[in-house]
Ligand binder design. Sequence first.
Ligand code: ADP
Ligand code: MG
Length: 350
Amino acid sequence: MFDNSEPTKTSLSELGEFGLIDHLTKNFSPKHASTIKAIGDDAAVLDFKDKQTLVSTDMLVEGVHFDLAYMPLKHLGYKAVMVNASDIYAMNGKATHITVSIAPSNRFPVEALEELYAGIQLAADLYNIDVVGGDTTSSTSGLFISISVFGEAEKEDVVYRSGAQANDLLVVTGDLGAAYMGLQVLEREKQVFKANPNAQPDLDQYTYLIERQLKPEARKDIPPLLKGLGVKPTSMIDISDGLSSEVIHLCKNSKTGVNLYEEKVPLDPAVISVCEEFELDSTMIALSGGEDYELLFTIAQSDFDKIKGNPNLTVIGHMTEESAGMHLITRANQAIPLVARGWNSMKSED
Ligand code: ADP
Ligand code: MG
C-alpha cells in the first residue's frame, strides 16, 4: 500500500530523524496555560497547580491492534489519541496533554506519517489536548505507536475503580457492540477484496458500525455532564475490552457482586441487524466485543433521579454484596455467571 519505490513519495531517510520530528510537529502549538514548555527541549514542563495529575499510556502495534489494509493512517492517529484520552475521562478528569512516540519501518514514506499526524492533530484540536513531546525511532517490521496522556482533576472529583458499594446502580454511556461489528464488516470486505480486487463494496448500511471502529470518540462530555447533574460516580472505568470484563474489573476492585440485566444493555439497531446477518448473538457482542470507548460507572441509588431520562445514560444493573457473585440476568430471567471474554480471546478463537 505504501511503497517507497513510488517516485512521488519521500523516504524517511531523506529527512533524517530530526528533520522528520520538525516536519511532523511544526503545526503543534499549545492551548493550555498548564503547558510551560512543549516540544523542543529534553522534557516538556507542565504545571497543574493544585490539581491532581492523571497519567496513562497505551501502545498500538500493527498487526495486533490495527490492520492498515482497512485502517487509514489518519484514522489511526485519531483513534490512538481517543484510546488514551478515554482513560483520563474514566478517572472523571480532563485530558490536557499527550506525548506521541512512533517507530515506523522503512516501508512508510514521510507522506504516510503526515497522514498519521493529521489524525493526531485533528483529535488534539477537537479534544483540546496539547502535543508536548514524544520519541521517534525505527522498527524492522511494522508500525508502533505509543501515546502517553496527561490530565487533571480536582482531588475530590477523581473516581477510581474501587468505590462501588452494594446497591449502587450500574450505568453505561452510549451504546455497545458497534465497533466490534464494524471490525467484522471490514474483515469480511478485506476477504472479498482479496478474492476479487475489482469488487465494489456497498457499505452504506454499515456506516455507523464502521465509524465506531475507525473513528471512535472518547466520552470527553461525560465528566462535565455528571458534574452538571450533581452526580459523582462511586466507581468508573472505560469500556475498551467489552462490557463483561469491565464490569468484572469494577466488582473485583470494589469487592462487590453485580446483577447485570441483559434486556437493559443498550444496542444500536444497526448492531442488532448486522448481528442477525452474521448469525451472532447481539448480547454476546455487547458483552465481549471491544473498543466501544464508552464509560461504565456506578452511582448511589439516591442519585437515580438526577440521571433518569438522560439519553446518554442507561442503567443496566446494580451492584450486590460480593458474596452474591457476579451475574447476568437473561431475558428469560435466569441468573448466569458473568464471565470475561474480551475481544482478544474472541479473536484467538476465530
Ligand atoms: P531526545 O534525544 O532528547 O530524546 P529528541 O530529539 O528525540 O530528543 O526529541 C526532540 C523533541 O521532539 C523533544 O521535545 C521530543 O519530545 C519531541 N519529539 C520527538 N519525537 C516526537 C514525535 N514523534 N512526536 C512529537 N514530538 C516528538
Ligand atoms: Mg528522543
